[in-house]
Unconditional design. Structure first.
Length: 442
């Protein structure tokens, strides 16, 4: 199930990043050592009450600026607006209502998206409330007073945000067509791949704008089976500012990955796997999606009998955090191996939804413990009582132990490898949750 997307927009220096950091820092656990997670990350998974959503931070909007950096921010914010389900529009009570706020409000009104108006820097409601009322003049709803720095009014703001979330979960569950996102840096051949997959088969059911998203959903029938391809290839920005270009790419990637079952991470064979490829792949890895690394332009590489092995070793080294990912070498230009992608997608989805019986899992764990003793600390040894699978997409397991502090990640990885030896689970991450259960003998 895809999470709703919430974009934070507004003029520069009104407190967008402060609000984002308050929510990201206190309401989510940031997984370190994953390339998709950076210190300047512009997206975060947030939970409020029983609702989960993905939040996107944007650069400040200067509606009519000719400055190249500010115009880049404006374009980036427009992408965030296009991809969002709900928009938080932040203004500054201390600066008051300015002309640029009205222009941003017009931009948001044209989007047709639900907008929640936040008036920031209201550190004292008694002092600033008369100034808050001025923002009714924007004509986009009731202004909500907040202070991101002082954490005031945040709950009211989030209550207003989640009130706009769509109530179509049951309807979405009925659509069981595999959803495949095609992501990657600009100009690696994403659009060429989808055009080849679609054009060669000539069986497009329809092209529809992706519900509330900017990416295009393309329905394709192949060998009697329906697939939905989520294409993020609309990114064709000519920019000298690499950081801003990367932000565009990440915004599109996050929103497309959220809605996908399987993610095709497209890499340019002539460039090799890069740090930005790792960041994009890291987003899919964090969210537990099925992943296929698609090395495009393979026809442009001079080869010998060692080329593929050496190339794979390099990909595995850079993407070492996801050793389970499948790799395919294709050419969008010639069509080489593209049809085999469908078989690979089917296989990965099958593994994403595979369930293993509890009895079998516990046999594997017992055998694994007998072969390699669990770790101990200060005379206390880890005891593993029980393992069971609790979810699919991705396959998720709970292990009950006597002391979860003793469960080192390396031993969890050892158990994961034993489960993979038995069942494969190629192309999908596995999630493990450690729970304590007191030993009755203690």
């Amino acid at each position: 199930m895809s999470k709703p997307v919430v974009a934070i927009v507004g003029r520069p220096n009104v407190g967008k990043s402060t609000l984002f950091n308050v929510l990201a820092g206190e309401m989510i656990s940031i997984v370190k050592d994953t390339p998709g997670v950076t210190r300047d990350r512009i997206y975060a998974d947030v939970t409020w009450l029983d609702k989960e959503f993905t939040m996107i931070d944007t650069g400040g909007i200067e509606p009519e600026s000719k400055d190249i950096i500010l115009s880049q921010m404006r374009e980036q914010a427009q992408i965030a607006i296009d991809t969002a389900d709900v928009i938080i529009f932040i203004t500054d009570v201390r600066q008051g209502l300015v002309d640029a706020d009205s222009k941003v409000a017009d931009m948001l009104r044209r989007s047709g998206k639900p907008v929640v108006l936040a008036v920031n820097k209201v550190d004292s409601f008694n002092k600033f409330m008369p100034d808050v009322y001025e923002f009714y003049n924007l004509g986009i709803g009731d202004p909500i007073p907040v202070s991101a720095a002082s954490r005031l009014g945040i709950g009211d703001l989030l209550d207003a945000v989640i009130a706009h979330f769509p109530e179509h979960e049951a309807e979405e569950k009925e659509d069981e067509r595999p959803r495949v996102a095609i992501v990657g840096k600009p100009n690696v051949g994403k659009s060429s791949i989808i055009n080849k997959l679609v054009g060669k088969q000539r069986v497009i059911v329809s092209d529809i704008a992706g519900t509330t998203r900017d990416a295009i959903d393309t329905n394709v029938k192949y060998n009697g089976k329906d697939y939905v391809f989520i294409d993020t290839a609309g990114l064709r920005r000519k920019s000298k500012i690499k950081e801003e270009l990367e932000r565009y790419s990440i915004i599109r990637t996050v929103t497309a990955v959220e809605r996908a079952d399987v993610v095709l991470v497209v890499i340019d064979a002539t460039e090799g796997v890069t740090e930005q490829d790792a960041k994009i792949a890291g987003i899919a890895h964090e969210r537990g999606k099925g992943i296929i690394i698609v090395v495009n332009k393979w026809d442009a590489i001079e080869k010998n009998d060692k080329t593929m092995r050496e190339y794979e070793n390099n990909v595995r080294r850079v993407l070492s955090f996801m050793p389970y990912a499948e790799i395919m070498y294709v050419s969008a230009e010639t069509g080489q191996r593209l049809n085999k992608l469908y078989d690979m997608i089917d296989m990965v989805i099958e593994n994403q939804t595979l369930r293993v019986a509890t009895g079998v899992l516990n046999e594997i764990m017992t055998e694994a413990v007998a072969m390699q003793q669990p770790p101990s600390d200060k005379g206390k040894r880890l005891k593993l009582y029980y393992i069971t699978q609790v979810a699919v997409k991705p396959p998720s397991f709970v292990i009950f132990v006597n002391d979860k502090e003793l469960m080192h990640f390396s031993y969890t990885r050892y158990l994961e490898n034993k489960i993979r030896e038995a069942f494969g689970f190629r192309g999908t991450a596995l999630k493990f949750f450690i729970r304590e259960r007191k030993d009755k003998d203690q």
